[in-house]
Design a protein around this ligand. Structure first.
Ligand code: NAD
Length: 441
């Protein structure tokens, strides 16, 4: 380790290292707070000036991140949000947490990583540590980020330090948070690894080093692909169970009593969120360069993207039973966020289902306690506002579709007043009394 690297290590151990987090979203903001709470002075950099203004006022832009935590840190100047990359010059460590979506051709969209890399490169100083956290294909840190950072003459491993540490954030998870989720860390060189390991160990409970940035990149994708494939499997099982007249939820519960070799996954109306519907295709794309076809990923994608259509089909079957058509039906969707207890609409299957229902002539309203309005975005061409959830209003709808099972909703009351319920989350599983009104989908 060079003398300069040893000095940085000392600053990290003393929690004097100035840390910058680039991208203050679902991943970057909790990370910035965790490092600030561990005693590091944090600069948060984001291109979204509205977001930065809100943070400066001590307001959280994310439902499950409390404003109080931000307020205390901002007032103490322990967390300084800014839109300017000039502050990079004064930092010791820079952690990049920007989005990695897909393009319209469903290929990796590296534009935010490239923009952030270029902006950091402009102000890069000798001896700094740069860590990428964004979920991405194996080779990104080395093949995409490193050349950007090296273009002004500093070389990774000697001039500056480079690492990859994949984010494993699970918004809304009450058992695990940023500090307690074990963190994989990999360095471009051994001293890059030692510095990154020291940095994360100073704020997080458990850090797990791996041998290369490519291994860490692929490990993260493997985790998400594992979920995508298992969700597809259980979704297929659900459709078969519906056809056989069996309750898939009871089947899953029964199988879960096996204490080894089985892990329960639950079916739903389709994949949602920024990770599971998207990340697997980062690997599919990269695998093509190696003349390799990722068949499990493709098959899982095929099953999971059909689920919104299946929900529409089941809704039609339910209405048909009542001698009604989908065309002209009044429908209420409960929950539009992609999963329970979050306000995140990215890739939410509810938006796809609402679109399919409207295209078939249904009149659709929604209620979501965490999403007051839905704007045109995420491939969604409507603007909608959450309607109140009141018994006399529920009665007016031909069917209520439970697409996200937020805990704040009283499902017994919903079922009592609804004419028909299409339940994709087993939110009504315990309400046996009303079985004839409920369609599982
Ligand atoms: N959300 C999750 O649960 C989750 C979990 C694990 C991994 N990840 C991964 O973490 C990464 C970030 O995801 P996220 O959910 O935090 O995204 P996000 O959209 O919530 O936040 C990203 C932030 O980065 C900002 N940004 C975009 N381009 C920028 C740039 N060039 N410079 C500075 N800021 C920029 C945006 O304004 C936004 O505030 C992605 O690669 C994602 O796959 C997300």
């Amino acid at each position: 380790m060079t003398e300069r690297a040893a000095l940085l290590l000392e600053r990290i151990h003393a929690r004097k290292a100035r840390v910058g987090v680039v991208g203050l979203g679902y991943v970057g903001l909790p990370l910035a707070i965790t490092f600030a709470e561990a005693g590091f002075p944090i600069t948060g950099i984001d291109v979204d000036s509205r977001r930065v203004d809100r943070l400066r006022r001590g307001e959280s832009p994310i439902r499950h991140v409390p404003s109080s935590a931000i307020q205390v840190l901002v007032e103490a100047r322990q967390l300084q949000p800014t839109t300017s990359f000039e502050s990079v010059r004064d930092l010791d460590c820079i952690i990049i947490c920007v989005p990695t979506p897909l393009t319209s051709e469903r290929e990796p969209d590296m534009s935010a990583v490239i923009a952030a890399g270029n902006a950091v490169a402009q102000h890069l100083r000798e001896g700094q540590l740069v860590v990428l956290e964004s979920t991405t294909y194996p080779g990104t840190t080395d093949e995409v980020l490193r050349p950007l950072l090296e273009k002004n003459g500093l070389v990774a491993g000697t001039g500056f330090h480079l690492a990859f540490s994949p984010e494993r954030e699970d918004p809304g998870n009450a058992s695990y948070g940023t500090r307690t989720i074990p963190k994989l860390v990999a360095g471009h060189t051994q001293s890059c690894l030692e510095l990154a390991q020291a940095l994360y160990s100073s704020a997080l409970e458990k850090v797990v080093p791996v041998s290369s940035t490519r291994v860490a990149e692929l490990a993260k994708l493997h985790e998400n692909i594992f979920r995508a494939v298992n969700i597809a499997l259980v979704n297929e099982m659900k459709m078969l169970c519906d056809r056989m007249g069996l309750d898939v939820w009871e089947v899953i519960q029964a199988a879960s009593t096996k204490p080894f070799g089985f892990m329960p996954f639950v079916p739903g109306p389709g994949l949602g969120g920024h990770c599971i519907p998207i990340d697997p295709f980062y690997l599919t794309w990269k695998a093509r360069q190696f003349e390799f076809h990722t068949r499990f990923i493709e098959l899982a994608g095929e099953v999971n993207t059909q689920m919104p259509h299946y929900v529409v089909q089941r809704t039609m079957e339910g209405l048909n039973r009542e001698r009604k058509t989908l065309n002209g039906a009044r429908l209420l969707v409960l929950g539009v966020a992609y999963k329970r207890e979050v306000d995140d609409l990215r890739e939410s299957p509810a938006l796809r289902i609402i679109t399919l229902l409207r295209e078939r002539g249904a009149r659709v309203d929604y209620h979501d306690p965490y999403v007051p309005e839905v704007e045109r975005a995420h491939g969604f061409n409507y603007e909608m506002r959450s309607v109140p959830l009141e018994p006399h209003l529920i009665e007016l709808y031909d069917a209520v579709l439970i697409l996200t099972d937020h805990a704040a909703i009283d499902y017994a009351e919903v079922v009592t007043h609804a004419n028909l319920v299409v339940d994709t989350r087993n939110a009504t599983g315990r309400l046996k009394r009303f079985r004839e009104k409920i369609i599982k989908a």
